[in-house]
Design a protein around this ligand. Structure first.
Ligand code: LLP
Length: 420
């Protein structure tokens, strides 16, 4: 369920006409629905109500501090992967003891920052990282709480670029080597074993891979206990998929039921790291048609958003539904909906059946709340779009559109290139 719907042929976000926002802030822009985001967060979080759990929103899916604040106010924690994300999360007012930190390439300064901030747990991903974390903690007279992120070698059956839990992927420590590394970590002075974690991939549309990896983790937890290593947190990562087109992902209730059935003990606190399932259908990207151009059998709709704003179609060939902001009732045509960037990869849809549209009309690229703005760039020196949050019948700009001045911020012409 989301709150983007038509009233008399006009697309609304909650009680706000999308065209009104476009009129006020210009295009392109990201538009998020507060009610949708809160509902999605609660749907997942409430599904685990009967057990001890912490829902850590995956910041990489959408890192705007207003969005992070929204989830923090719902009692959510955060899953971060960099010092930059930690900075955002703290700025959003998230309490440190609800922050978990994953990532295969954590840097010294970022580790220091996270230790100083006293975060809940580091999900470590390699033997060398274990040693490095111990060394840095020692230097700072801290004790780092760690979970080993294990790679359970389970096929998530998703796009290869977003699959992470197979042996061939760079993530985590092979589950067969995990015991050895736990023993190493347990004997290091500045580490405290706190949990076990895994994340097998994103946009999963079945529960079985989650259940399979949970089973493998259970086996390891048993072995650890037999070796005198007890853990408090079981972090299952994120990955639950959403409907972009015709997918049939499990409802969070089904996902939760399957996981609860597979949990080894009531003593453990379950950590979840959902991103897409909360954000994906809570946001859209609104763009204006700049030009229409006939090309034989098809038409090009050249719009003012581009691959720098939403990379997913060009990067993963992923599908996003595209809808007119005002339905015209005109006949449908077969169109390529493309951006202005000088690359053939700059498209949002190819050969899409869509109501014919005209210059200056608005289109909504749906399901763009997750991995939309957070992956945006300035390629072709395009200022990044603004982000707007709707609540009821009001809307709030939560990130201003970048200016040309922002584009050159930090750039320096060295003296030897001074104008003559
Ligand atoms: N935890 C970890 C350790 C992760 O690496 C990820 C996503 C998540 C949680 C959240 O996964 P989610 O619940 O959103 O599936 N850019 C790609 C998705 C990359 C996901 C990377 N890791 C896309 O646009 O589809």
């Amino acid at each position: 369920m989301h709150h983007f719907h038509y009233k008399e042929d006009n697309l609304y976000c909650e009680n706000v006409p999308v065209s009104q926002v476009a009129f006020e802030v210009g295009t392109p822009f990201y538009l998020y629905s507060h009610a949708t985001l809160r509902q999605h967060f609660r749907a997942l979080d409430d599904a685990f109500d009967s057990i001890k759990h912490l829902t850590c929103f995956s910041v990489k899916a959408n890192s705007n501090i207003a969005i992070l604040r929204l989830f923090a106010r719902e009692g959510g924690g955060m899953d971060i992967v960099s010092g930059g994300e930690l900075y955002r999360v703290l700025k959003a007012g998230v309490v440190p003891n609800k922050i978990v930190y994953s990532g295969v390439g954590k840097q010294t300064e970022d580790i220091e920052y996270a230790l100083q901030s006293d975060i809940l747990m580091f999900n470590v991903e390699s033997p060398l990282e274990i040693l490095k974390l111990n060394e840095i903690s020692g230097k700072l007279s801290k004790k780092a709480r760690v979970a080993i992120r294990v790679n359970p070698d389970v096929d998530p059956e998703t796009h290869p670029y977003i699959s992470t839990g197979l042996k061939e992927n760079k993530f985590g420590i092979d589950i067969d080597d995990a015991l050895e590394q736990y023993i190493v970590a347990a004997n290091l002075e500045n580490l405290e074993i706190s949990g076990i974690s895994c994340h097998i991939g994103s946009q999963l549309t079945q529960v079985s891979p989650f259940v399979d990896s949970l089973e493998k983790l259970n086996g390891l937890i048993g072995t650890l206990e037999a070796n005198g290593i007890n853990i408090k947190y079981l972090d299952l990562g994120g990955g639950l998929g959403i409907i972009y087109d015709k997918e049939t992902p499990p409802h969070p209730r089904e996902y939760a039921a399957a996981i609860k059935r597979g949990l080894p003990s009531k003593e453990l606190t379950l950590i979840l790291e959902p991103g897409r399932v909360i954000m994906g259908n809570g946001g859209i990207l609104v763009t204006k048609v700049l030009y229409t151009k006939p090309a034989g059998e098809k038409t090009f709709f050249i719009v003012d958003a581009a691959m720098n704003d939403l990379m997913r179609p060009c990067l993963y060939d992923s599908y996003h539904m595209i809808q007119p902001v005002r339905k015209s009732g005109r006949e449908t045509v077969k169109a390529d909906i493309v951006g202005p960037i000088c690359e053939s990869g700059d498209f949002f849809a190819k050969g899409r059946e869509i109501e014919s549209c005209r210059q200056d009309e608005l289109l909504a690229i749906m399901s763009a709340g997750a991995y939309g703005f957070s992956m945006a760039s300035n390629y072709n020196s395009r200022p990044r779009a603004c982000e707007v949050l709707v609540k009821g019948d009001r809307f709030y700009t939560i990130r201003q559109r970048e200016t040309f001045k922002d584009l050159v911020n930090g750039e320096i012409i060295p003296d030897f290139l001074e104008k003559e």
